[in-house]
Ligand binder design. Structure first.
Ligand SMILES: [Ca+2]
Ligand SMILES: [Ca+2]
Ligand SMILES: [Ca+2]
Ligand SMILES: [Ca+2]
Length: 403
């Protein structure tokens, strides 16, 4: 992905394995590919809807590059966001469901849930064509796709751009659903959003970058959480204002990129994932407090959070923060640590928090870990209670323990 200020061979632009980007994957479909990002359940890859033909046939696959090497998993299914509109670039999101567990070495990411993205620095990561801001995408590149990264700043809502440009922008983003950033080289003349809508900012120097073909569906992270999904680029003008350095749509300096805004779509994403957890409990009596370890891949242990109060407003969302904590089981080798915010949307009074248990064939004692739940928003845990904790036991299934 990613057209950068300096050459793609510059190590500052590489997203090497082991640097926290091993959950950014290549998504292949037919003869095309894009980028995607592994979500917090270890089973779903969030990407762009426009990678897929309509109707979707089988055959999507997901390629991982992690510290354990390369691995390709087939997708069991693809779910496109309802109301995806390719003409206006709206609702351009899809979920790709893996046919088996993702490599335990692949990072899982949580969603950026606050709507304060504008003005914040983002890190984009993807497998698209390399290139530079001066000359745009390197169309002659014929090597293997490389995972690159760059930074930028979310400058505006795409609908703000439309309201200023009017017919000079040929599509109509829905307000609040797309975020835009421009590719700056430090000069006022190439500051596209500065010149077009007076969002003056001349960029992040050599860290600045822009999405390119093949980056579609790739994540834009804020503070390590998925805030945007790469959707399209544009070369925009207004009157005699032409910020694009070469007047060609090629991810060069002076162009803009747009990302679908994950905070706006979090309910669809969360609820789609919850509906797909394998063998998840729906009642307290179905919760297994012991989970058999398994011998390979990951299996799921579940925690079930229930809200037993009454909402003052039925349209209110409730939330808690959660995080796993080691007991005798250690994060990374025995289970995969998770932390984040769980939202109970209107109409929901319970939800499951999945934790992946790492399978192996090594005899070891039964081991335990914890989930702590804190910071209830919109409800409470009861008078004086600030934290709820539950324990799970990973049951060894490899025999031969010595106690
Ligand atoms: Ca910029
Ligand atoms: Ca700018
Ligand atoms: Ca250009
Ligand atoms: Ca085992």
């Amino acid at each position: 992905m990613v057209t950068t200020v300096t050459s793609y061979t510059d190590s500052r632009n590489r997203a090497y394995s082991g640097q926290g980007f091993d959950g950014v994957v290549r998504v292949s479909y037919g003869s095309y590919y894009g980028t995607g990002v592994l979500l917090y359940d270890g089973l779903a890859v969030l990407t762009a809807a426009h990678l897929f033909a309509n109707p979707i046939s089988d055959g999507a696959s997901v390629h991982f590059e992690t510290t354990a090497g390369s691995q390709t998993l087939s997708a069991s299914r693809v779910t496109v966001l309802p109301d995806y509109d390719p003409i206006q670039g709206n609702n351009d999101l899809a979920l790709v469901w893996l046919s088996g567990s993702a490599p335990a070495t692949a990072n899982r990411y949580s969603l950026y849930r606050s709507s304060d993205e504008i003005g914040q620095t983002l890190t984009m990561v993807g497998y698209g064509l390399p290139g530079t801001g001066d000359s745009g995408t390197l169309n002659s590149y014929s090597g293997s796709p490389i995972r690159l990264k760059a930074s930028n700043q979310f400058d505006a809502d795409a609908a703000t751009l439309k309201s200023t440009l009017g017919p000079a922008m040929g599509w109509t983003p829905t307000a609040g659903t797309q975020l835009v950033a421009d590719f700056d080289n430090g000069s006022a003349s190439r500051d596209a959003l500065g010149r077009l809508i007076n969002r003056v900012d001349t960029g992040l120097g050599q860290n600045e970058g822009m999405i390119a073909p093949g980056d579609s569906g790739g994540p834009a992270f804020i503070k390590g959480q998925v805030a945007g999904i790469a959707s399209y680029i544009a070369s925009l003008s207004r009157g005699n204002v032409h910020p694009d350095i070469d007047g060609v749509i090629n991810s060069s300096f002076g162009e803009i990129g747009a990302w679908q805004r994950v905070s706006h779509y979090q309910q669809w994403i969360d609820q789609s994932l919850r509906a797909q957890y394998p063998n998840a409990p729906s009642k307290p009596e179905q919760v297994h407090k012991s989970v058999v370890e398994g011998n390979s891949g990951t299996t799921y242990g579940y925690f079930l959070l229930q809200f037993t109060g009454v909402r003052s407003d039925p349209n209110q969302s409730l939330s808690v923060d959660y995080a796993t904590r080691d007991g005798s089981a250690k994060a990374g080798s025995d289970y995969l640590a998770v932390s984040g915010t769980l939202v109970l949307y209107p109409g929901e009074n319970q939800a499951v928090i999945p934790v992946e248990i790492v399978g192996d064939t090594i005899p070891e004692p039964d081991e335990t870990f914890y989930l702590d739940v804190t910071n209830p928003v919109g409800g409470s845990f009861g008078a004086g209670v600030v934290k709820l904790t539950a324990m799970r036991t990973i049951v060894n299934d490899d025999g031969g323990t010595l106690v």
